[in-house]
Design a protein around this ligand. Structure first.
Ligand SMILES: Nc1ncnc2c1ncn2[C@@H]1O[C@H](COP(=O)(O)OP(=O)(O)OP(=O)(O)O)[C@@H](O)[C@H]1O
Ligand SMILES: [Mg+2]
Length: 335
């Protein structure tokens, strides 16, 4: 009660750490203790209503962060607040205000039909009847759960269960939704449906969303802001476009020539400083087709015009930078 939180720092982390003490067997009898610094001094703010991607390689510390944000894990150091609440100290109070989906495991009751799991949550969270019914109806419609409500959770496919889990996380109108790999193992159609649902949830209800995923299309379609974590540290926090720049991202011209020719090389434009001219890099030549990389920040049109003037061009296309490659480069250079 009475906790005042600025909406611009709805989620707030300062120098947060999580160190696990693990005992490793060395030899037959001896065990060695050592520390795993899963989260190693992370700080960020998320404003109310933001939808932020939280990405990084396996073991980077993403799930550990989310567990601290829900209060499941207590930080070893630093300060953490969600809606002004210290999650590990007031986990129950916070539970009424947050929703969480762990793609890797379910929060539903394994042997119960979906509908019964939802009824239990109705009680647990003391959701007003009308609100509950409205939210359930909405989730059932948008996540296409109608035919699944009477099916025991253990009989659901992964994608069906995931949609069931997302609904479960939202019945009590949480202000924040943490999603830890919500599209893992989903087919293309289910992924699209889940993304659309999240987009609407964020737009219409203003739900704050923190999204962890290995599918970068999720991020491209949902998040204007993305944070990259590696080895427990924040490597990047900014726009997706900025991430491309940070990874020195390139676009690709795919050129079809009339016949097989040596790699395309353009004469420098007279009167323009060499450093100011975009560099074309031949990536591959396959018969009459050539792949040419150029900086993503450069405009394609003048390059195309110059190629067309100097070469017998039949067809061409421009490929957008592959964010996957950008991030792989970033992970590689960061560690
Ligand atoms: N309960 C635990 N005890 C000991 N070590 C742990 C524990 N939980 C996580 N770790 C370690 O902490 C590090 C971060 O794990 P975490 O699960 O946060 O990674 P992640 O970024 O979610 O990775 P992934 O993409 O594989 O899900 C890993 O090295 C992991 O082995
Ligand atoms: Mg994880």
């Amino acid at each position: 009660m009475g906790t005042v939180t600025g909406d611009d720092r709805f989620i707030e982390l300062d120098d947060v750490e999580k160190v696990f003490q693990v005992r490793r067997r060395v030899g037959l009898l001896r065990r060695e203790r050592h520390e795993v610094r899963a989260v190693d001094g992370i700080g960020f703010r998320v404003a109310r209503g933001e939808m932020v991607g939280y990405i990084g390689p396996n073991g980077a510390g993403k799930s550990t962060t989310i567990k601290m944000l829900t209060g499941i894990l207590t930080p070893s150091g630093g300060r953490l607040r969600v809606a002004g609440i210290d999650p590990s100290r007031e986990r129950t109070r916070l539970a009424h205000r947050i929703g969480v989906v762990f793609g890797q495991r379910t929060t539903l009751w394994w042997d119960l039909p979906l509908r019964d799991s939802y009824r239990l949550m109705h009680r647990m969270y003391r959701i007003p009847d009308r609100r509950y019914r409205e939210n359930l109806d909405r989730c059932v419609e948008l996540l296409d759960l109608g035919a699944l409500l009477e099916v025991p959770v253990r009989q659901l496919s992964l994608g069906q269960r995931m949609r069931g889990d997302i609904a479960a996380a939202l019945l009590h109108d949480p202000e924040v939704l943490y999603l830890d790999e919500p599209t893992i193992g989903l087919d293309v159609i289910s992924k699209a449906r889940v993304r659309q649902f999240l987009k609407e949830l964020n737009a219409e209800r203003g739900t704050t969303v923190l999204l962890t995923t290995h599918d970068l299309t999720d991020i491209e379609q949902l998040c204007r802001r993305v944070m990259v974590i590696d080895h427990g540290r924040l490597m990047y926090d900014g726009s997706l476009a900025g991430l491309h720049e940070a990874g020195a991202s390139e676009r690709m011209l795919v050129i079809d020539l009339e016949r097989e020719l040596p790699p395309i090389a353009l004469e420098p434009v007279p009167g323009v400083e060499p450093g100011a001219q975009p560099v074309l890099r031949t990536v591959k030549v396959e018969g009459p087709r050539q792949w040419l990389a150029f900086p993503a920040s450069a405009s394609a049109a003048p390059l195309v015009a110059r190629i067309a003037a100097a070469y017998p061009l039949v067809d061409l296309s421009v490929r957008e930078p592959d964010i996957e490659a950008v991030i792989a480069r970033m992970y590689a250079s960061g560690s």
